[in-house]
Design a protein around this ligand. Structure first.
Ligand code: PMV
Length: 356
């Protein structure tokens, strides 16, 4: 990493040109500076969703998935190693957080500590520019940024593949926020290799994700807990068995910039995931009545000739994917739609990156 090699050069220079005591002090100060890294990552919206795992310990998903990173939404995370700490400290949007969120971060940092063979605890400071826990994939950008900042702070120089593989231990979909643009997450159940890679760069197709916010409240059941019951739905096996066909159709639609084909397969896949959620034991209902009203409206708008398609993650908010020529009209309709409290827009975005 350029920042780190620059700092190492600075340390070497100071060690050779200063008296021993000063050198030690400089070394100590600079080493602490070096053990901090910051990164930014975008959330992603899946056209072909992941829901359910075949191996929870190895975090292997039941099916491959395909998504697009969402520009304008981002998480920025700084990780600082602190030998004084007896546990990881999490500060989220300026407030110290304990409980489940802190434990989840600490469990994730354990993977990094193990890889780096360094037991140090860390201060993790993270900010989001969008509501968290409301089905906007905040855990994807959060753990992608944490994987990059955390591994860099510990001096690991991981490849994109290794970072993506690591990020999925925080949140499955986080592995898709490491590479840029349109991204596929593949798994080989035999070898246990599971990571995401770009199929095309963000400029390939300037689709817009118009996110209609119906609620910015924290969802009662997060996706990590929710998907543990996926197998209890009699529909899950059918959904998973048909996933390779849907993924292929979706990839083709993106490569050909075929909006009609993308709309059909994206809506089908979203409906299938929610059908599994609603038929699991206990059933999970993430939609609000207005989510369904909006989904029906989007289909009617498409029948009128507008390029718009819906997809929903584990929350009530509706992602309306559209093309540039339809965006103005779609935005105006969304802003006037009953119960829509805000509309956030994002173009396809690049990969997770280090911040200096
Ligand atoms: O990344 P997780 O483990 O929080 O699961 C997210 C799953 C969905 O967002 C509902 C679907 C997906 O593929 O992004």
């Amino acid at each position: 990493m350029p920042t780190i090699s620059y700092r190492l050069k600075t340390i070497n220079h100071q060690l050779s040109s200063s008296p021993p005591l000063n050198a030690c002090l400089n070394y100590g100060i600079l080493l602490i500076i070096m053990m901090k890294a910051s990164a930014l990552a975008h959330p992603n919206i899946a056209f072909i969703k992941y829901w359910g795992m075949i191996d929870e310990d190895r975090r292997l998903p039941a099916n491959d998935s395909l998504s697009m990173n969402i520009g304008c939404l981002s998480t920025r995370t700084a990780v600082t190693l602190d030998p004084q700490l007896s546990e990881d400290v999490l500060v989220l949007n300026g407030e110290a957080v304990s409980g489940t969120a802190q434990k989840r971060v600490q469990a994730f940092m354990d993977h990094i500590r193990q890889q780096a063979d360094n037991p140090a605890y860390t201060l993790v400071e993270s900010t989001n520019n969008f509501p968290i826990g409301a089905g906007l994939a905040s855990s994807a950008s959060a753990f992608a940024a944490l994987a990059l900042a955390g591994s860099t702070a510990f001096g690991l120089n991981l490849s994109e593949k290794a970072l993506s593989s690591l990020a999925r231990f925080g949140s499955g979909s986080a592995c898709r926020s490491i590479p840029g643009g349109f991204v596929e997450w593949h798994t080989d159940p035999e070898t246990g290799e599971s990571y995401a890679s770009s199929i095309v760069h963000p400029d390939h197709w300037k689709l817009i994700d118009c996110i209609a916010i119906l609620s910015d409240e924290h969802k009662p059941v997060g996706s990590e807990a929710g998907m543990k019951t996926a197998e209890s739905s009699p529909l899950q096996q059918t959904r998973v068995l048909d996933a390779p066909r849907r993924l292929e159709a979706c990839r083709e639609a993106i490569l050909q910039r075929d909006f009609a084909a993308l709309a059909d397969i994206t809506e089908l896949d979203s409906n299938l995931m929610h059908a599994v959620m609603m038929t699991s034991d206990p059933p999970l209902f993430y939609w609000h009545p207005q989510s369904l009203a909006l989904m029906k409206a989007v289909r009617a708008w498409r029948a009128e000739g507008l390029n718009a398609a819906y997809t929903l993650d584990a929350g009530p908010n509706v992602h309306v994917i559209c093309t540039q020529d339809s965006m103005g009209e779609i935005l105006s309709r969304l802003r006037h739609f009953p119960a829509v409290i805000d509309v956030i827009t994002g173009l396809p975005a690049g990969p997770a990156r280090l911040l200096t």
